[in-house]
Design a protein around this ligand. Structure first.
Ligand SMILES: Cc1cc2nc3c(=O)[nH]c(=O)nc-3n(C[C@H](O)[C@H](O)[C@H](O)COP(=O)(O)OP(=O)(O)OC[C@H]3O[C@@H](n4cnc5c(N)ncnc54)[C@H](O)[C@@H]3O)c2cc1C
Ligand code: FES
Ligand code: FES
Length: 471
């Protein structure tokens, strides 16, 4: 037996369970931990939100995450706080709970524990959030009764003293073991390598085993399709895969770095990418979801790949046989297929640092502003010599079987000024892609929107104010 060892609300637990059991399932089996609710079971509603601090982050860092799409094997060594943990020390409610009650922020109450956890997570990291940051923290929490104004008020009122209360409960994550191991039971066991060499060895010995990073794509198979996995290989315990490194030429994000961990760096160098990533799922999804997972799932509507392609990013692929660096625009080979061999893993993502004459923007078009998947995502980078475009990289998601660059549009820009070249680039985009129709948008709509984004980019770079409407 390889029990999963973790802290919950300050207490050490050793759970002898299947590694592929969801954390929410485990919580709901315990009569003392049923404050955490199940709504959608697919990461969309936030009713199951808990706080999670992972080992190896240097400091204790609690972030809200969805327990419905988190698997027991993933929480080895972590420290979890559930809504019960907020009042474990004293019987009086946590300041967020008290303010929620005072402000009439809860009616049926089903969403309330999840909302409280998201707000406590926000305040623990940011004691004085502004309105936008509060709304951002709540983007993954649906409330169907109350409306968000009283909830936002409660967050503001609680801001002053909530941080002290959570820190009292905090217990450092416990993963001190330097060696690779496996957790779970004989029915479902997750390998937990500690080094990239061990990861590659395991992947070559078990080429059919899924690599599991944040699980925000993969765990849906368990939560929704009720699949059972006898094994998986975790990437989150490898210190070298969790590193973020800056060189003279590029930023390097390890293959287990989450979107939330990457955000401050994206904000510093590519603010437009950071704006897009803040609309990527919710805080809960970004706390677990990794950049490598977004690339590895090879979805044609993933938000990361178009931006990364326009930025000229590459991935480092490792296996027991070799290590190679592949440009992202050569990585996808077709619908959900890539150049990766069965024994290869993404160990790093490299993004060239911006140069003085470069301009980059990326735009996400979706039916809903928050927590929605893209209908079309466009990303543009141009290098200017004076007022002339000398280099261009334009990539789209949602327009083909993979995220893809549009070489004809790039050619139309090079040698012209942006205002001169953009009409031809837009026409080239319409002609180059033959998108499909689906529930998110018709082929005609996609073509029109993708072409229009060229004009939006040109006007944006010219300094025209662009109203972003949160519909
Ligand atoms: C509610 C919700 C909202 C979402 N919103 C968005 C959104 O707005 N935009 C968007 O693009 N996506 C969205 N997603 C999808 C998902 O969150 C992202 O694709 C995320 O980045 C996946 O990362 P992960 O670590 O969770 O991947 P996992 O689920 O762990 O893995 C995904 C795939 O990548 C592979 N993989 C993981 N790590 C590696 C590696 N190191 N090397 C090679 N392969 C690897 C896995 O084997 C698997 O095939 C959403 C998901 C949910 C549940
Ligand atoms: S139950 Fe809805 S996000 Fe988990
Ligand atoms: S209070 Fe009923 S769903 Fe929020």
């Amino acid at each position: 037996m390889n029990p999963v060892k973790f802290h919950i609300n300050g207490e050490l637990v050793e759970a002898s369970v299947r590694a592929d059991m969801t954390v929410l399932e485990w919580l709901r089996l315990n009569p003392k931990l049923r404050g955490t609710k199940e709504g959608c079971a697919e990461g969309d509603c936030g009713a199951c939100s808990i706080l999670l601090a992972r080992p190896g982050e240097g400091k204790l860092n609690y972030r809200a995450a969805n327990s419905c799409i988190m698997l027991m094997g993933q929480i080895e060594g972590c420290s979890l706080v559930t809504v019960e943990g907020l009042t474990a020390e004293k019987s009086e409610p946590h300041p967020v709970q008290a303010e929620m009650a005072k402000n009439g922020s809860s009616q049926c109450g089903f969403c309330t524990p999840g909302i409280v956890m998201s707000l406590v997570g926000l305040l623990d990291n940011n004691p004085s959030p502004d309105d936008e940051q509060i709304h951002d923290a709540l983007a993954g929490n649906l409330c169907r009764c109350t409306g968000y104004r009283p909830i936002v008020e409660a967050a503001k009122n609680a801001a002053a003293d909530s941080i002290a209360r959570l820190q009292k409960l905090a217990v450092a994550p416990i993963d001190n073991e330097a060696t690779s191991k496996a957790v779970g039971n004989e029915a479902s066991l997750f390998f937990r390598p500690k080094t990239i060499d061990d990861l590659c060895t395991m992947k070559s010995e078990h080429p059919d085993a899924d690599l599991l990073a944040g699980g925000t794509d993969l765990a849906l198979d368990v939560a929704q399709a009720r699949e059972r996995w006898s094994m998986a290989i975790l990437t989150c315990a490898i210190p070298d895969m969790c590193k973020i490194r800056e060189t003279d030429n590029f930023m390097e994000f390890g293959g287990a770095v989450t979107w939330e961990q990457a955000l401050p760096y994206l904000e510093r160098y590519w603010p437009s990418f950071a704006i897009l990533v803040r609309r990527f799922g919710s805080t809960q999804v970004r706390s677990m979801g990794t950049i490598a997972g977004n690339i590895g799932n090879a979805s044609p509507i993933g938000d990361g790949p178009p931006a990364l392609m326009a930025l000229g990013a590459s991935v480092v692929l490792a296996s027991v046989r070799r290590e190679r660096e592949v440009a992202l625009d050569e990585f996808f080979t077709g619908y959900r297929t890539t150049v990766m061999d069965a024994d290869e893993v993404i160990t790093q993502i490299r993004i060239p640092l911006p140069l003085p004459d470069q301009h980059f923007r990326t735009y996400k078009i979706s039916k809903r502003f928050d927590q929605d998947i893209s209908t079309v995502c466009g990303a543009f980078m141009v290098t200017m010599e004076g007022s002339t475009v000398s280099k261009a990289r334009i990539a789209y998601g949602g327009m083909a079987a993979t995220s893809q660059r549009c070489p004809d549009a790039e050619k139309a820009l090079i040698g012209n000024s942006l205002p001169q070249g953009m009409a031809a680039a837009a026409e080239a985009v319409s002609e180059y892609f033959s998108p499909m129709s689906d529930g998110r948008g018709s082929a005609q709509y996609r073509s029109k929107v993708a072409a229009n984004l060229c004009e939006r980019f040109a006007r944006d770079i010219a300094g025209e104010t662009i109203e972003v409407m949160a519909l």
